[in-house]
Design a protein around this ligand. Structure first.
Ligand code: GLY
Length: 256
């Protein structure tokens, strides 16, 4: 069974952190409708939803992916790189402790879950403004005993590593070559985003299915042509908050 942890959108979403895109007014009503559609898409793909209530004082808290990394054996609570996001961790930890033993990144380490791409037993971690060398080193030490390798990956011009690259199947990645080097992922089949859709590399994989924003039809067509099963969701209001589809959930397996 898949669990998907989500959190309702904060009424303060309009005051979110922004790093690489300009601020644009967010329609909260529409954002909530889109978020509900996103949740429904996860349910339709077999996820059981665990939804936390909105946090009025934490603008970015809908982006639950950034506060934890959930692996099969354990979960790591992060220490988000943005000070405004650190208080998001505790409530997600309270949910995750039902399912996993929890470890955590400590100061002065910083790490955002959006920077962590797990492919098999390797965690690729973006060396970004949000995830520092201390945080990446701590993650490496925490996971060494669990048989995971941690590899730092330079990123440029984007918020998180998973803005630039995500996994499509065991052997294939979707990648934006302007933001991360293809050479970091030697041995994988790489599908590039359509050049007209620079933000299209963030796709959420659930089993054999992919969820991606509806706003990237050309990249979606590339995935359909390659034989992938793709569900498109309109997340345009969340994209104004520099969010995407992986950010809005923590998806993991539990044994029934
Ligand atoms: N607004 C998403 C983030 O900056 O964390």
């Amino acid at each position: 069974m898949w669990i998907a942890v989500t959190r309702e959108i904060s009424p303060a979403l309009g005051s979110c952190e922004l790093s690489y895109i300009p601020r644009d007014a967010i329609d909260l009503v529409r954002a909530r409708e889109q978020h509900r559609d996103y949740q429904q898409a996860l349910k339709a793909l077999g996820c059981q939803l665990l939804t936390l209530p909105a946090e009025p004082d934490l603008p970015d808290s809908v982006f639950v992916e950034d506060v934890a990394i959930v692996l099969d054996e354990i979960a790591i609570l992060t220490r988000p790189g943005a000070l405004s996001r650190r208080a998001e961790v505790a409530s997600v930890a309270n949910v995750l402790r039902r399912y996993r033993t929890l470890l955590s990144i400590q100061a002065p380490g910083t790490l955002d879950g959006g920077d962590v791409l797990r492919v098999g037993r390797t965690l690729y971690v973006g060396e970004s403004a949000r995830s520092n060398a201390v945080g990446i080193g701590q993650l490496r030490e925490l996971l060494a005993g669990h048989g995971y390798a941690v590899r730092g990956v330079p990123t440029r011009g984007c918020l998180h590593l998973k803005s630039a690259v995500t996994q499509l199947d065991d052997d294939t990645l979707l990648l934006q070559p302007e933001w991360v080097g293809r050479e970091q992922f030697a041995g994988f089949r790489i599908i590039g985003v359509d050049p007209a859709e620079p933000h299209a590399a963030n796709v959420l994989r659930i089993g054999d299915a992919l969820v991606m924003p509806a706003s990237f039809p050309h990249t979606r067509q590339r995935l359909l042509d390659a034989g992938f099963n793709v569900t498109a969701v309109d997340v345009s209001e969340l994209q104004k908050a520099e969010g995407a589809v992986t950010c809005c959930s923590l998806v993991f397996r539990v044994v029934e």
